[in-house]
Design a protein around this ligand. Structure first.
Ligand SMILES: *[C@@H]1O[C@H](CO)[C@@H](O)[C@H](O)[C@H]1NC(C)=O
Ligand SMILES: *[C@@H]1O[C@H](CO)[C@@H](O)[C@H](O)[C@H]1NC(C)=O
Ligand SMILES: *[C@@H]1O[C@H](CO)[C@@H](O)[C@H](O)[C@H]1NC(C)=O
Ligand SMILES: *[C@@H]1O[C@H](CO)[C@@H](O)[C@H](O)[C@H]1NC(C)=O
Ligand SMILES: *[C@@H]1O[C@H](CO)[C@@H](O)[C@H](O)[C@H]1NC(C)=O
Length: 310
């Protein structure tokens, strides 16, 4: 058993590239806690909301980080019967044109939920947005924030990989990652993907508006390898009774990722999200890791916790 687990772990580590997006395998459409029995998976505007439900402002927001595993976290949390998850990334607090539409517009994008449920939305862009913290605070100063992080250097490569495939699909020219990471022989620290991985700079801005106790950190590297312990911590943080169980996860050998089994339905990681990273020049990768070393130390100090980033 231990040997099997170890080889599964290895498999995950080997195939782990970008953090996963979940898609339903046995049921197309969105996952919605209101139709937990799986009879109607998609809530369209033409469908009358179930009696006793309404759209509520979020009680918790997954604020980031981009490519940190935010979709995986939201989908796994959505297993919980007391969680109602927003289906799409809302970009309310980080995009001025959306913010200008006001709170009623925002609430209109939230899922219908029962009074015993908490509403959760996720928009990874919030973490690096200069204005998102104060805007969220103005909405609800006691809101619970979730931040999922992974190794900052891995995140850079994953960020690049996503843009790379998006450009390929749009038939736009692509550049090797080294061209973006290196300028004139030195690390190009102005590269956006590197800037987004400077967690302590962004975190400082959040801590100006929220106490640390209100921001729960999820270890994204751990979540994909062993989801349950991380989810237990999230349940406790959200003051939810423990309802997510080991039986809600099964390992898909083909994918090398965990998939979700919930309410008789199975959901897996989206193909586009488990893509292998392109090979990165070892010298450049070492430069990148060395660059992050003092930065992640500042971050560990700031949040009073360390991660196994290497
Ligand atoms: C499933 O849920 C829907 C919506 O709440 C309900 O109308 C339907 O009767 C349920 N079906 C079963 C088999 O429980
Ligand atoms: C603000 O968030 C807290 C924590 O989730 C929640 O208990 C409270 O009901 C929220 N307030 C409003 C007005 O939504
Ligand atoms: C496992 O992953 C493969 C490859 O993506 C997929 O085709 C298959 O449906 C998955 N199987 C299960 C049981 O989730
Ligand atoms: C990797 O990058 C270094 C420094 O930019 C360069 O000197 C070296 O030739 C590169 N190695 C390969 C295999 O491309
Ligand atoms: C910080 O991260 C770097 C590179 O990602 C790693 O080599 C280093 O060990 C980490 N620092 C600490 C204190 O763990």
């Amino acid at each position: 058993m231990a040997g099997l687990l170890a080889s599964l772990l290895l498999l995950v580590l080997q195939t782990l590239a970008a953090p996963p997006e979940f898609v339903p395998v046995s049921n197309p459409g969105l996952t919605d806690p209101l139709w937990a029995n799986g009879t109607a998976a998609v809530v369209g505007p033409s469908l009358a909301p179930p009696p006793g439900t309404s759209q509520r402002m979020p009680h918790s927001i997954i604020i980031g980080v981009r490519k940190g595993g935010t979709r995986a976290l939201l989908e796994m949390l959505d297993i919980h019967p007391s969680v109602a998850a927003a289906a799409t990334e809302v970009h309310f607090f980080d995009w001025d044109e959306n913010y200008a539409r006001g709170f009623d517009w925002y609430r209109g994008l939230m899922p219908y939920s029962y009074p015993y449920q908490i509403t959760v939305e996720k928009t990874p862009g919030y973490f690096t947005s200069p204005l998102a913290p104060e805007r969220i605070r103005a909405m609800n100063a006691s809101i619970k924030l979730l931040l999922i992080l992974r190794d900052p250097a891995e995140r850079v490569v994953s960020d690049y990989t996503q843009v790379y495939f998006n450009r390929l699909e749009a038939r736009k020219p692509v550049r090797p990652i080294e061209d973006l990471l290196v300028r004139g022989g030195a690390l190009n620290t102005r590269y956006k993907a590197i800037q987004r991985s400077l967690y302590h700079l962004h975190m400082r801005n959040w801590l100006r508006h929220f106490p640390l106790e209100q921001i729960h950190l999820v270890d994204g590297d751990t979540l994909v390898r062993d989801p349950l312990p991380e989810l237990r911590r999230v349940e406790r943080f959200l003051e939810l009774p423990p309802r997510i169980a080991a039986s809600n996860f099964y390992f898909n050998q083909t994918k090398g990722f965990y998939c979700i089994r919930s309410d008789g339905r199975e959901r897996c990681l989206h193909e586009s999200k488990g893509r292998p990273h392109p090979p990165v020049n070892g010298t450049v990768l070492r430069q990148l890791r060395a660059y992050f070393r003092p930065h992640n130390r500042s971050f560990y100090k700031m949040v009073g916790r360390s991660f196994h980033w290497q």
